[in-house]
Structures are given as C-alpha cells and as structure tokens.
Ligand binder design. Structure first.
Ligand code: FMN
Length: 152
C-alpha cells in the first residue's frame, strides 16, 4: 500500500525519524514529505499517512508544520476516509505542554474527518531512548496490513 510520511520539524530530529520510518516500511510504496512544502490539497485519502511532529514554543506546532495546519484550518477539506498515525516528539522538561505538537496535529486531522489508528507515540528527549530507535519499533507495530485489507 502507499504510505505517505509527513514530518513537521524545527531542528531536524523529526526529519531523521521520518527517514528511519521510511526505511523500516520500505516493503511498502513509501514517500516522505516536509510539511513546509505540503498543502492540504496534496493529501490523498487512499494513502496511509504517518505524521511525525515535534513541539516548540509553549506547546506549539514546530515552524515546519504551522503553515500546513493554518491552511487546513482555513480550507477545511473533507478528509473522511484518510487514515493516519502519529509519532510525536517532545521533552518532558516542558511539563504540561509535553508532546502537544503531535497531539494538536492529530486533533486537527480528526476534526476534518480523518481517522487516527495505531498507538500515538510520544518520544521524550529527556530519556536515553533515541527517537529513531523508538520510531522503528513503533513503525513495525503499525496496523498497515489491516488498513490494506479494508481497502486503504
Ligand atoms: C525552545 C524549545 C521549546 C520547546 N518546547 C517544547 C514543549 O513545549 N513541549 C515539548 O514536549 N517539547 C518541547 N521542546 C522539545 C522538542 O520538541 C524536542 O527536542 C524535539 O525532539 C525536537 O524535534 P525537532 O528537531 O524535529 O524539532 C522544545 C524545544 C525547544 C528548543
């Protein structure tokens, strides 16, 4: 099946994670997109989407994802049928806003009718676990074959 990986980053970690997830899922038809270059009209509801997104400021979306989600809010496309999974990045030293970026991204997609599947991953930069290692394991557990069986 076609898997479209979208990353939203400030400092580049999410891009590295996106490339690792793409490598892990190389048995599928995978493409990787920087959300900076993406518009809501580029989304294809037939693809399985993976959103990899960090958190900046005070629980905000990273600069690389802000414009895309502003456009999504403005254009309000119908994303019914689009399935997506989220790998969020953050740091628990930020307390209440830990991993808010990925959560905001998921909420905005669900608001447009998309369906979140799989575990919502929340990487914590304060731990010893490397984001790319956690992401590889997470990607292996994604329900891609189930989604393919039901035609997505
Ligand atoms: C100025 C600044 C603000 C941040 N704010 C938050 C935050 O509010 N919540 C959070 O969970 N992580 C926060 N982070 C941590 C980043 O999300 C984390 O380091 C992430 O791995 C960076 O990924 P990126 O390189 O793809 O942007 C912040 C980091 C910086 C440098």
């Amino acid at each position: 099946m076609r898997v479209s990986i979208l990353f939203g980053s400030e400092m580049g970690t999410s891009e590295v994670v996106a490339d690792c997830v793409a490598d892990e899922l190389s048995a599928h038809d995978v493409s990787v997109h920087d959300m900076t270059d993406l518009r809501p009209g580029d989304l294809d509801v037939a693809d399985f989407h993976i959103v990899i997104c960090s958190t900046y400021g005070d629980g905000d979306l990273p600069t690389g994802a802000e414009f895309f989600f502003d456009l999504l809010d403005a254009e309000r496309p119908d994303l019914t049928g689009l399935r997506f999974a989220v790998f969020g990045l953050g740091d628990s030293v930020y307390g209440d806003t830990f991993n808010r970026g990925g959560e905001t991204a998921a909420a905005k997609l669900v608001e447009r009718g998309a369906l979140q599947v799989g575990e919502h991953a929340r990487h914590d930069a304060s731990t010893e676990i490397r984001a790319k290692d956690m992401a590889r394991e997470w990607a292996r557990a994604l329900p891609l074959s189930t989604c393919a069986l039901i035609g997505r």
